[in-house]
Design a protein around this ligand. Sequence first.
Ligand code: NAG
Length: 209
Amino acid sequence: MALQGALMWICSLAVLSSCADQDESLQCGYQHLTSNLKAVGECEDSLPWSSQERAGLLLNLRNLMDKLYTLQLRECQGAEPNKCPQAEVPEDGGLLCTTVSNKRYCKPMCNHGHDFSFLRRSRVYEECSEQTGFKWQSQFFGGNKLAVCNKAKIQVSGAASAYFSEDQDCLTIKSNSSLIQSAIMGAFGSELRGAGVQGDAENSCLLCG
Ligand SMILES: *[C@@H]1O[C@H](CO)[C@@H](O)[C@H](O)[C@H]1NC(C)=O
């Protein structure tokens, strides 16, 4: 691209300088923002911005990222049973959750190049339900932290299905609804059914760390 296109976009965004006219203009802005961020990110040429301007961009991107991650955490809110606290999302990974027959199940996953800190090959997901006292059964005693993903060259601690592939990390999958279903929800459903968990899955969500 199309560095030129990207620069034109930066200019056209000037009209979206505040959230005052929210919804419609921001919805339309989403398409521009996404395609142009992608293009600038893939741009081979050095970018024409000064170090000060680059710092300004990083600052704005960081603010936006913080906001997006905060909003993401609300996506699983209200899931039954609502006495269960929301489990923490592992950094450098993701958390896949679903409710079946009023029991909440969450499966921690690690991105490629990361591995779990505890062996959990036979422990694919954790449960929170009335039977567990509405607490997460976790290797981290008493907390809502189900797993930690540490940088690692080889991935041996978890089940094969608990790792995102190199070219499909958590956000790549989450941003594509057909991938969510085909790549991870289907496997999680089979794992639950394989363990005798019967019933319709509700309030399913994938959160990325
Ligand atoms: C979603 O993933 C599928 C399979 O990799 C791919 O064919 C499709 O183009 C993707 N859709 C989007 C919107 O990226």
